[in-house]
Design a protein around this ligand. Sequence first.
Ligand SMILES: Nc1nc2c(ncn2[C@@H]2O[C@H](COP(=O)(O)OP(=O)(O)OP(=O)(O)O)[C@@H](O)[C@H]2O)c(=O)[nH]1
Length: 595
Amino acid sequence: MSNLSVPERKQEAFYIKINNLLNKPDLDNHSEALANILMANYHILNGDAIRAREFLSVAQPLVQNVDTPSLEHQYQYVNIFVLRSEGDLEQALTTSENLYEEVKDIWGMNKLGDLILERAYISSLLSLYKEAITLLDLALDYALESDDPYLISETYNVFGILYNFLNDNQSAIMYFEKAVEVMEKHPALVSNIYFYANLGDAYRTNKQYEKALELTHKARLLSIQENDVPLQAFTHQVEARIDTDTEQYQAAIEQLEKAKALQEKVGEKLFGYELQTDFAYAYLKLGELDKAEQHIEYAIEEAAKVAALDDFYLKKLRAEISAQRGEFEMAFELLDESFSVYRDTFNDNLTYVSNLSREQLDQERLSFENKLLEKENQISTKFVEQYKEYSTWLITLIILLLVLLLICCWLLIRYRRLARTNQEMALTDNLTLLPNRRQVFRKLDNEHQRSTLNKSVYSLIIFDVDHFKTINDRFGHHVGDKVINRLARITRHILRDNDTIGRISGEEFLIILPDTVMDDATQIATRLNEQFANADFEDLAEGIHLTASFGVTEYTPEDEHLDMVINRADHLLYKAKKEGRNRVVSTSRDDSSED
Ligand SMILES: Nc1nc2c(ncn2[C@@H]2O[C@H](COP(=O)(O)OP(=O)(O)OP(=O)(O)O)[C@@H](O)[C@H]2O)c(=O)[nH]1
């Protein structure tokens, strides 16, 4: 039974046979172990790693128990495929290397070729491209020598996969086409339907979308017939890539969701990383950058499970995401990193990549960089325009604020002026512009306090125009006004700057003379009266002559209250009037002297 070819071991009939064998009651350990191994082989060929592992787990203790090298070899052979599907590439590689050493002189050409081919495939998944090429050459030798069409076509297929990894699309297409050609000449090789999907994906890379879709659908149909779930998942993945390339991003995401569900169903972990990368790319194209970044994270997680990470591509994706976010510095940095990763990974293997592929890569980088620059320019132009707009607004706003500030200053100055004028008006006599009664008494109060404090002296004169009523009566009120005004001017003229004169009622005035003794004050009053008597009022009306009566007193330390000084001056004025007017009456310090 173990001499059956690989495709035959994948058939339903084979499964039934093994199953019958397993159900036999008197099965010895050797047969039971072998049956379980073959069952695992059947499941792994049909892409179900979970069930394959279950059968291998049953087989393992039996194999140890029986301890027959050929059985152990069979076990390890199937284990390699299961390990690879489970994503444990390192373990799969070591196992295949060890097994080859043990069986290279025992096994037939086609089985050895198959083992080497698997090793080549695992090596290429681990980015060990140099080893992979050497192993593939060896596998092809075995295949051609044994003239096994299954092995020949599989070897071509893995060559195609390898060139795909190396970005050499033309070589990939060539090998996949060869694989399909050999397969189609041998209808029994139905298990090799992966070739259609691989070729489809290669055509997609080459932008031959119709052909790509046709092959993908063909592979899907066969995968459903064969119940090959991982292949079915892969066909959805390829279709998603076609959708993304043809800008049908939503459809692409739906296809990727289907692929993901199918992979999870059979525990296929090897391609989880690629799937997440495809998700990220589709979301990036959809402009859903957060989701794209999230899937890059998932991709990194998946890659960690299988020890394979295409950092080159992921960094390129992240560069594009950064560019879309307008973070150009980051984008260029990632792009640089991406291409240096590419060189590190591929440097040793560049001899295997055709010039065309290398040119394509350089072109790709150039166009990516141009795209980035263009976008950066667009955004900076937009930024400059926005900046201009903002600065115009800002300048307008600043001008408005300045104008507002100027208006406020102007209003404030006006208000202060008005307030000062009001204040002055409230303290000024309208007719003579001298301090009014309130103001002059306030000043007198200050002077009184100052003299009390400094023990200095001041004098006070109160005078009243004689018979002013007759002037009003004879010449009219308006002439009377002018006369009062002129008297005020004459008085002001005679006084010193620090003397104060104020109008305290109609034709009555008060004079404060700081630091002045009464004798001096009396002299001033006398001079004033002479000036009044000699004043010329002819310009106002004919025949105006006038005199005034003066009460003059001096502050003494006994004058505790201001009222005492004022009353004394008032009294002296009254006395002057009573004694016949046109005179100065003053009081000496002992309140007896009169003038
Ligand atoms: N033109 C003018 N007359 C005023 C003003 N204030 C008061 N008078 C007048 O001044 C006169 C004061 O008259 P009296 O108080 O009788 O005193 P007099 O006529 O000056 O006589 P004696 O003071 O007794 O010498 C009144 O006729 C008032 O109407 C003023 O602002 N302008």
